[in-house]
Design a protein around this ligand. Structure first.
Ligand code: ACO
Length: 373
C-alpha cells in the first residue's frame, strides 16, 4: 500500500493519452502542450486528437464536426427522463440518470468493438450538452432550445443553455474551458471509468460511473464550491479575514491543492487570464469575482503553500458566462466525457481485469461462538 493511502504514486495503467509533470506544471495531450491547444485548437479538434490518436486534417475535422452536430438531438426516453425529473433532480443526478438512458436506443450498446466505442463516444459528446440545455430550460419552465447543427460546439452549447447566442469572446472562452477539462491522466473519475471498462462492461456504464466519481467535492464538484465560497465572502475587502478564518478553522479551501501538481495547475493559469478578461467587461453590479479570486490565491499560497487547481478560476469564468452555479460540474462532465471514452477505448483495446488487493487489518481468525450468544 502507498504510505498515505489513496493510491498515491501508484501506476495503474499504461496510456498514450495524457501526461502531467506536476513539479513543473506541464500538461500534455498526446504530445501537445495544453497551452498550445488552448491557444490554437478547438474543442472538437482536441476531442478528435484524444479519441483518434492525432490531430485531424481539415477535411477530417469537418467530417467529425458534422457527425457531432448530427448526433446532438436527444429524443425518446432520454428526453422524457430529463422532462420527468427536471424539477426534482439536481443537475448531476439528472446527468447520471439521463446519460444512462441514452444507451437504451443506442444501436452499438452491446458491442465493445473499437468502431462501436468510437461511435458511442461521439454520440455521448454530442448529446450531453443537449441534456444539460434541455434540463436547464425545463426547470425554468421554458421550451428547450433545439441544437443547431450550423453552430460550433461551444456556441451551440451556450445557446441551448442560455436561450440566446453568446458573443464570439464568450464562445471562445467556453471552448477553451472545454479543451482544458478534456482529459487529465489517472484522476479519480477516469480510474473509475477504466475499472468499469476492465470488467468488459460497456461505454455508457463506464461513463455513468465516472459521472458519479466526478460529482464529489474533492474532484469535479469543487468548482461549484468555489463559487459558493466567493459568494459567501462577498467582496474583495472581506477576502483576507474570511480566508484566514477558514484556515484557522482548518477548513479546506475549495479549488486549491492537487494530488499531482506541486505548482500552478497550467489549466488554472489559462482560465485566470480568461476570467480576468471577462471581469473587465462586467457591468459592476456584482462583486469583482476575479479580484476576489486573485487575492484568495495570494493568501492561500502564502499561508499554506497551495496553488489553485482547474476548478478555482473555472468558477468565476463560468459565472461571468452567466451559467448557474449548480450546473458547473455538469460542464466538467460535458468536457471530460472525451477523456473518459478515450480511456475506455484504450482499456478495451488491451484489457486485463483491474482487480487490486486490500490489506486485511481486521480480527485474526476466530471460532464461531456456537450456542454461546
Ligand atoms: N485547503 C486547505 N488545506 C488543504 C487543501 C485545501 N484545498 N488541500 C490540501 N490541503 C492540506 C491538507 O489539509 C493536508 O494538510 P495536513 O498534511 O496538514 O493534514 C495537506 O494539504 C495534504 O492534503 P491531502 O488531502 O493529503 O492531499 P490529497 O492529494 O489527498 O488531496 C485534493 C488533493 C483532494 C485535491 C485536496 O487538495 C483538496 O481537498 N482540495 C480541495 C478540493 C478541490 O479543489 N478539488 C478539486 C481537485 S482538481 C479536480 O479534481 C478536477
Amino acid at each position: 500500500m502507498s504510505d498515505k493511502g489513496g493510491l498515491e504514486g501508484i501506476v495503474v495503467a499504461r496510456s498514450e493519452l495524457c501526461s502531467i509533470d506536476g513539479q513543473n506544471g506541464i500538461l500534455v495531450y498526446r504530445g501537445y502542450d495544453i497551452r498550445d491547444l488552448a491557444e490554437h485548437a478547438s474543442y472538437e479538434e482536441v476531442a478528435y486528437l484524444l479519441l483518434r490518436g492525432d490531430l485531424p486534417s481539415s477535411s477530417e475535422l469537418a467530417a467529425f464536426k458534422s457527425d457531432l452536430a448530427a448526433a446532438r438531438v436527444v429524443s425518446g426516453e432520454a428526453a422524457q427522463v430529463v422532462d420527468l425529473i427536471a424539477q426534482d433532480a439536481k443537475p448531476m443526478e439528472m446527468l447520471r440518470t439521463a446519460v444512462s438512458a441514452t444507451s437504451f436506443d443506442d444501436a452499438d450498446k452491446d458491442s465493445n468493438e473499437e468502431d462501436a466505442n468510437q461511435r458511442k463516444a461521439l454520440r455521448l459528446i454530442a448529446k450531453i450538452p443537449t441534456l444539460i440545455g434541455r434540463y436547464q430550460r425545463r426547470r425554468e419552465g421554458k421550451e428547450p432550445v433545439e441544437p443547431d447543427p450550423e453552430l460550433d460546439y461551444a456556441t451551440n452549447f451556450l445557446t441551448m443553455l442560455r436561450g440566446e447566442r453568446p458573443t464570439a469572446e464568450e464562445a471562445r472562452t467556453f471552448d477553451v474551458a472545454m479543451i482544458l477539462h478534456a482529459d487529465h491522466e489517472m484522476n479519480a473519475s477516469t480510474f473509475t471509468a477504466r475499472v468499469i471498462a476492465s470488467t468488459l462492461s460497456d461505454m455508457h456504464s463506464a461513463v455513468v460511473g465516472a459521472i458519479g466519481a466526478l460529482k464529489g467535492p474533492l474532484h469535479g464538484g469543487a468548482n461549484e464550491q468555489v463559487m459558493k465560497t466567493l459568494e459567501a465572502v462577498g467582496s474583495v475587502e472581506e477576502v483576507d479575514e474570511e480566508v484566514h478564518r477558514r484556515l484557522v478553522e482548518k477548513q479546506r479551501i475549495m479549488g486549491f491543492g492537487h494530488r499531482v501538481y506541486k505548482t500552478m495547475d497550467p489549466r488554472a493559469a489559462i482560465l485566470k487570464e480568461y476570467a480576468h478578461a471577462l471581469s473587465e467587461r462586467a457591468d459592476g453590479t456584482e462583486p469583482n469575482w476575479y479580484e476576489m479570486s486573485r487575492r484568495m490565491e495570494e493568501i492561500v499560497l502564502a499561508e499554506k503553500g497551495l496553488y489553485p487547481n482547474v476548478d478555482f478560476y473555472s468558477a468565476s469564468t463560468y459565472h461571468y458566462l452567466r451559467i448557474p452555479t449548480d450546473l458547473f460540474t455538469t460542464l466538467f462532465v460535458a468536457s471530460r466525457v472525451v477523456g473518459w471514452s478515450a480511456h475506455v477505448i484504450e482499456q478495451h483495446r488491451d484489457n486485463r481485469l483491474i482487480r487490486p488487493n486490500s490489506e486485511y487489518v481486521g480480527p485474526a481468525r476466530r471460532a464461531y461462538p456456537v450456542g454461546s450468544r
